[in-house]
Design a binder for this molecule. Structure first.
Ligand code: TRP
Length: 440
């Protein structure tokens, strides 16, 4: 089975070496693995929460798209798109908004931190806080749930958001049937966090970054400006305590790293160490930089690529999924009554329950409609036991909706069986309703 891996990049800055080592490079490598379907998108709706300068949003979107493409992302192999090209995302955001509790949103780290800052300053708790910041986790959940992502590679700061997406998905599933896969965060333990120029984690918010595609001369200047201790050439230096060394390690092979470690012990001067570091980074980045410059000079090509990705993705997944979800919540064609039937021809065939005995000596039933199996029961000890469950299914079948979980279909506390792989809960409900009606 293929695993769906999805991640978003907020379009609020210029990619730096920390983004490259921590996100871009591992993501592109991971997308080449067999049996994964990868989704990488530019989270431009999210960027509006932080950035209200239109030109910066546009510029950042272009730079990030060009950076990922320059680093080898292949839009023929992965889904590469811009969030705001998929109107189903904000539509799903609303459907989720209506089932999500306000309480969990109050407890989201980013929102809580903003409230705490206001508190400390003695102003109103919500002063200057937009509803966008508050709703951020719901939009993010929609990004993830819309495509039934299994794994979401993110930094540690985003783990709470993934947990919230699981909760929101579960809540929706509980109310409306098994629509969403519950995603898991993927935190790459072996991916380094790069130190920035001042030794703290490289981050835009600390203003200590080295732009990924800074021109060669500027890259050199930035690297020479990395803060070090004042040990003189000839004095032994502690590699593990040095940000110059850590940066080098993120780009160098094991042998190169060992050689650098030895040089530190031998008292290499900071100037020389920085020169090596610069040459090593530039060796990896220079060919990418050249591609980047070509790409960014043709924004119309990137625009077309993004639109094409979004269009194909909508046709393949987003649009049909939203149709199903709209049906599920009751935004339905008024001329049809009752539960969902996707195909008119299915509707014409009456559902049936078939009882049978298996080689294991137990008694089973399945709910079928024509050739289609919708529900497969667990085994029961006697035909009478199976029959009692069938009667209950007909009587209380409408309650099935509330008792669907990952392991199977339940009625009350009782496990009845499993949904067929290709069946939707709406279809089962429709069939059960039809059965009850036929009996009446
Ligand atoms: N919030 C994420 C960040 O700041 C970006 C993002 C938006 C995202 N939607 C997503 C990441 C969906 C993973 C999945 O890094």
């Amino acid at each position: 089975m293929t695993t769906r891996v999805l991640t978003g990049i907020t379009t609020s800055g210029t990619p730096h070496l920390g983004n490259y080592v921590g996100a871009i490079r591992p993501a592109i490598a991971a997308a080449r693995a067999p049996d994964v379907e990868s989704f990488y998108f530019l989270a431009d709706y999210h960027s509006l929460v932080k950035v209200q300068e239109p030109a910066r949003v546009q510029r950042s979107t272009l730079e990030i798209a060009a950076s990922w493409l320059a680093c080898g992302l292949d839009p023929e192999q992965v889904w590469f798109y811009r969030q705001s090209d998929i109107p189903e995302i904000p539509e799903l955001t609303w459907l989720l908004t209506c089932v999500v509790g306000k309480g969990p949103l109050n407890r989201a780290h980013a929102y809580k931190a903003a409230v705490d800052r206001n508190h400390a300053e003695g102003v109103d708790d919500d002063a200057g806080i937009t509803a966008g910041l508050f709703m951020y986790p719901v939009l993010m959940a929609a990004d993830i749930l819309l495509f039934n992502a299994d794994k979401v590679p993110v930094g540690r700061d985003q783990v709470q958001h993934i947990e919230m997406a699981r909760d929101f998905g579960q809540r929706f599933n509980h109310l409306y049937g098994e629509h969403f896969t519950l995603p898991e965060a993927l935190i790459e333990a072996h991916v380094a966090t790069l130190p920035g120029l001042d030794g703290r984690k490289m981050s835009k918010s600390y203003d200590n970054t080295i732009a990924l595609f800074a021109p060669r001369e500027q890259l050199k200047k930035l690297i020479y400006s990395i803060v070090t201790d004042s040990k003189a050439p000839g004095e032994a230096k502690d590699a593990d305590a040095s940000n110059v060394f850590q940066l080098y390690q993120a780009f160098a092979s094991a042998d190169e790293t060992a050689a650098m470690r030895a040089a530190f012990a031998d008292g290499v001067g900071w100037g020389d160490a920085k020169q090596w570091l610069f040459e090593r980074i530039d060796a990896e980045v220079a060919p990418l930089r050249e591609r980047y410059e070509t790409l960014i000079a043709q924004p119309q090509r990137i625009e077309a690529q993004l639109r094409d990705g979004a269009q194909r993705l909508r046709t393949r997944y987003a649009t049909p999924t939203l149709l199903t979800l709209r049906e599920a919540v009751g935004l339905r064609d008024l001329s049809r009554s009752g539960a969902v039937e996707h195909k008119a021809e299915i509707k014409a065939v009456l559902p049936q329950v078939k009882q049978y005995r298996e080689a294991d000596g137990r008694f089973y039933f399945k709910l079928v409609r024509g050739e289609r199996v919708l529900l497969q029961s667990i085994g029961f000890d006697s035909p009478k036991d199976a029959g009692a469950r069938i009667a209950r299914l007909k009587r209380e079948g409408a309650d099935l909706l509330h008792h669907v979980s990952g392991e199977g279909v339940h009625l009350g506390e009782e496990l009845l069986g499993k949904l067929a792989e290709d069946a939707a809960i709406e279809e089962v409900l429709g069939a059960v309703a039809a059965l009850a009606e036929a009996d009446a």
